[in-house]
Design a protein around this ligand. Structure first.
Ligand SMILES: Cc1cc2nc3c(=O)[nH]c(=O)nc-3n(C[C@H](O)[C@H](O)[C@H](O)COP(=O)(O)O)c2cc1C
Length: 174
Protein backbone atom coordinates (compact mmCIF):
# COMPACT_ATOMS: atom_id res chain seq x y z
CA UNK A 1 0.00 0.00 0.00
CA UNK A 2 2.79 2.41 0.94
CA UNK A 3 4.58 1.55 -2.29
CA UNK A 4 1.44 2.22 -4.34
CA UNK A 5 1.10 5.67 -2.82
CA UNK A 6 4.72 6.44 -3.64
CA UNK A 7 4.22 5.26 -7.21
CA UNK A 8 1.31 7.69 -7.57
CA UNK A 9 3.39 10.58 -6.24
CA UNK A 10 6.23 9.73 -8.58
CA UNK A 11 4.33 8.89 -11.75
CA UNK A 12 1.68 11.63 -11.89
CA UNK A 13 2.34 14.04 -14.76
CA UNK A 14 0.61 17.17 -15.99
CA UNK A 15 -1.80 16.34 -18.79
CA UNK A 16 -2.57 18.98 -21.41
CA UNK A 17 -5.03 17.27 -23.75
CA UNK A 18 -8.37 15.90 -22.56
CA UNK A 19 -11.22 13.84 -23.96
CA UNK A 20 -14.55 15.69 -23.93
CA UNK A 21 -16.22 12.92 -21.86
CA UNK A 22 -17.18 13.99 -18.37
CA UNK A 23 -15.55 12.14 -15.47
CA UNK A 24 -17.66 9.93 -13.24
CA UNK A 25 -19.19 11.27 -10.05
CA UNK A 26 -17.31 8.61 -8.12
CA UNK A 27 -13.98 9.86 -9.48
CA UNK A 28 -14.88 13.48 -8.78
CA UNK A 29 -15.92 12.69 -5.22
CA UNK A 30 -12.69 10.77 -4.57
CA UNK A 31 -10.56 13.66 -5.84
CA UNK A 32 -12.50 16.26 -3.84
CA UNK A 33 -12.39 14.18 -0.68
CA UNK A 34 -8.62 13.79 -1.00
CA UNK A 35 -8.43 17.58 -1.20
CA UNK A 36 -10.39 18.01 2.00
CA UNK A 37 -7.94 15.77 3.88
CA UNK A 38 -4.88 17.83 2.95
CA UNK A 39 -2.94 19.38 5.81
CA UNK A 40 -3.85 23.00 6.60
CA UNK A 41 -2.02 25.35 8.93
CA UNK A 42 -3.48 25.02 12.41
CA UNK A 43 -6.05 22.63 10.99
CA UNK A 44 -8.25 25.57 10.02
CA UNK A 45 -9.45 23.92 6.77
CA UNK A 46 -9.48 27.48 5.49
CA UNK A 47 -9.85 26.41 1.90
CA UNK A 48 -12.83 26.30 -0.43
CA UNK A 49 -12.96 24.08 -3.50
CA UNK A 50 -15.41 24.86 -6.29
CA UNK A 51 -15.97 22.05 -8.78
CA UNK A 52 -17.03 23.48 -12.13
CA UNK A 53 -18.72 21.05 -14.52
CA UNK A 54 -21.50 22.70 -16.45
CA UNK A 55 -20.21 23.39 -19.98
CA UNK A 56 -21.31 27.02 -19.66
CA UNK A 57 -19.35 27.58 -16.45
CA UNK A 58 -16.32 25.64 -17.69
CA UNK A 59 -16.24 27.82 -20.82
CA UNK A 60 -16.56 30.99 -18.71
CA UNK A 61 -13.61 30.06 -16.45
CA UNK A 62 -11.51 28.93 -19.43
CA UNK A 63 -12.17 32.25 -21.21
CA UNK A 64 -11.46 34.27 -18.06
CA UNK A 65 -8.11 32.54 -17.54
CA UNK A 66 -7.21 33.13 -21.20
CA UNK A 67 -8.09 36.80 -20.78
CA UNK A 68 -5.72 37.10 -17.82
CA UNK A 69 -3.03 35.49 -19.96
CA UNK A 70 -3.80 38.03 -22.67
CA UNK A 71 -4.30 35.14 -25.09
CA UNK A 72 -8.05 35.19 -25.77
CA UNK A 73 -7.82 32.38 -28.34
CA UNK A 74 -6.07 29.99 -25.99
CA UNK A 75 -7.78 27.35 -23.87
CA UNK A 76 -5.74 27.33 -20.66
CA UNK A 77 -7.69 24.30 -19.33
CA UNK A 78 -6.89 22.32 -22.48
CA UNK A 79 -10.48 21.21 -23.09
CA UNK A 80 -10.88 19.53 -19.69
CA UNK A 81 -14.57 18.91 -18.88
CA UNK A 82 -14.06 19.65 -15.17
CA UNK A 83 -12.25 22.56 -13.56
CA UNK A 84 -11.48 22.64 -9.85
CA UNK A 85 -10.99 26.09 -8.34
CA UNK A 86 -9.15 26.35 -5.04
CA UNK A 87 -9.53 29.40 -2.82
CA UNK A 88 -8.24 30.47 0.55
CA UNK A 89 -10.88 31.69 2.96
CA UNK A 90 -10.53 34.28 5.70
CA UNK A 91 -10.36 31.42 8.23
CA UNK A 92 -6.91 30.45 6.98
CA UNK A 93 -3.86 32.01 8.55
CA UNK A 94 -1.36 30.17 6.39
CA UNK A 95 -3.26 31.40 3.34
CA UNK A 96 -2.18 30.13 -0.07
CA UNK A 97 0.00 27.41 1.43
CA UNK A 98 -3.16 25.62 2.53
CA UNK A 99 -4.66 25.88 -0.96
CA UNK A 100 -1.45 24.57 -2.50
CA UNK A 101 -1.55 21.55 -0.19
CA UNK A 102 -5.17 20.88 -1.19
CA UNK A 103 -4.29 21.25 -4.86
CA UNK A 104 -1.38 18.83 -4.58
CA UNK A 105 -3.54 16.22 -2.87
CA UNK A 106 -6.14 16.51 -5.62
CA UNK A 107 -3.78 16.18 -8.61
CA UNK A 108 -2.26 13.09 -7.03
CA UNK A 109 -5.68 11.64 -6.20
CA UNK A 110 -6.74 12.32 -9.80
CA UNK A 111 -3.90 10.17 -11.05
CA UNK A 112 -4.72 7.46 -8.51
CA UNK A 113 -8.29 7.16 -9.83
CA UNK A 114 -7.28 7.11 -13.50
CA UNK A 115 -7.74 10.76 -14.41
CA UNK A 116 -5.46 13.27 -16.05
CA UNK A 117 -4.95 16.64 -14.44
CA UNK A 118 -2.95 19.82 -14.74
CA UNK A 119 -2.41 22.51 -12.11
CA UNK A 120 -3.39 25.80 -13.75
CA UNK A 121 -2.25 29.20 -12.50
CA UNK A 122 -3.93 32.64 -12.35
CA UNK A 123 -6.83 31.70 -10.05
CA UNK A 124 -6.03 34.68 -7.81
CA UNK A 125 -6.06 37.12 -10.73
CA UNK A 126 -9.23 35.60 -12.25
CA UNK A 127 -11.29 36.15 -9.14
CA UNK A 128 -9.99 39.65 -8.54
CA UNK A 129 -11.73 40.75 -11.75
CA UNK A 130 -15.34 41.94 -11.89
CA UNK A 131 -16.08 39.01 -14.21
CA UNK A 132 -14.67 36.56 -11.69
CA UNK A 133 -16.58 38.15 -8.83
CA UNK A 134 -19.77 38.00 -10.90
CA UNK A 135 -19.25 34.26 -11.44
CA UNK A 136 -18.88 33.68 -7.70
CA UNK A 137 -22.06 35.67 -7.11
CA UNK A 138 -23.88 33.66 -9.77
CA UNK A 139 -22.79 30.47 -8.01
CA UNK A 140 -24.23 31.74 -4.73
CA UNK A 141 -20.90 32.32 -2.99
CA UNK A 142 -21.22 34.90 -0.23
CA UNK A 143 -17.98 34.34 1.74
CA UNK A 144 -14.81 36.25 0.94
CA UNK A 145 -12.61 34.03 -1.23
CA UNK A 146 -9.13 34.57 -2.65
CA UNK A 147 -8.07 32.41 -5.55
CA UNK A 148 -5.03 30.18 -5.05
CA UNK A 149 -4.88 27.58 -7.81
CA UNK A 150 -6.98 25.61 -10.21
CA UNK A 151 -6.97 22.20 -11.85
CA UNK A 152 -7.92 20.97 -15.30
CA UNK A 153 -9.42 17.53 -14.75
CA UNK A 154 -10.57 14.84 -17.15
CA UNK A 155 -9.62 11.74 -19.09
CA UNK A 156 -6.23 12.16 -20.73
CA UNK A 157 -6.28 12.22 -24.52
CA UNK A 158 -2.50 11.91 -24.85
CA UNK A 159 0.41 10.02 -23.39
CA UNK A 160 1.82 11.48 -20.21
CA UNK A 161 4.96 13.51 -20.87
CA UNK A 162 8.21 12.01 -19.62
CA UNK A 163 9.38 13.65 -16.41
CA UNK A 164 12.44 15.83 -16.51
CA UNK A 165 15.46 14.40 -14.74
CA UNK A 166 15.52 15.60 -11.14
CA UNK A 167 18.20 18.22 -10.56
CA UNK A 168 21.37 17.02 -8.85
CA UNK A 169 21.26 19.42 -5.92
CA UNK A 170 17.55 19.03 -5.12
CA UNK A 171 18.32 17.57 -1.71
CA UNK A 172 20.87 18.33 0.95
CA UNK A 173 21.21 15.78 3.73
CA UNK A 174 23.02 17.04 6.78
C1 LIG B 1 2.07 26.73 -9.07
C2 LIG B 1 1.94 26.01 -10.39
C3 LIG B 1 1.38 26.64 -11.47
C4 LIG B 1 1.23 25.96 -12.69
N1 LIG B 1 0.58 26.59 -13.72
C5 LIG B 1 0.42 25.94 -14.88
C6 LIG B 1 -0.33 26.54 -15.93
O1 LIG B 1 -0.87 27.63 -15.79
N2 LIG B 1 -0.45 25.85 -17.09
C7 LIG B 1 0.12 24.62 -17.27
O2 LIG B 1 -0.01 24.07 -18.35
N3 LIG B 1 0.81 24.01 -16.28
C8 LIG B 1 0.97 24.63 -15.09
N4 LIG B 1 1.61 24.00 -14.06
C9 LIG B 1 2.14 22.64 -14.24
C10 LIG B 1 3.66 22.63 -14.36
O3 LIG B 1 4.04 23.18 -15.60
C11 LIG B 1 4.14 21.18 -14.20
O4 LIG B 1 3.80 20.70 -12.93
C12 LIG B 1 5.66 21.08 -14.40
O5 LIG B 1 6.02 21.39 -15.71
C13 LIG B 1 6.17 19.67 -14.08
O6 LIG B 1 5.51 18.70 -14.85
P1 LIG B 1 4.70 17.49 -14.18
O7 LIG B 1 3.56 18.08 -13.41
O8 LIG B 1 4.26 16.66 -15.34
O9 LIG B 1 5.64 16.75 -13.29
C14 LIG B 1 1.73 24.64 -12.83
C15 LIG B 1 2.29 24.00 -11.71
C16 LIG B 1 2.38 24.66 -10.50
C17 LIG B 1 2.94 23.92 -9.30
Amino acid sequence: MILEALEVLKNRRSIRKFKPDQISDEQLRAVLEAGTFAPTGGGTQGVKIIAVQSPENVAAVDALNAKILNKPDMHPYYGAPTILLIFETDASFTRELDGAAVCTNMVNAAYAVGLGSCWIHRCKQMFETEEGKALLKKWGVTENLTGVASIALGYADCDAPAPKARKEDYILRV
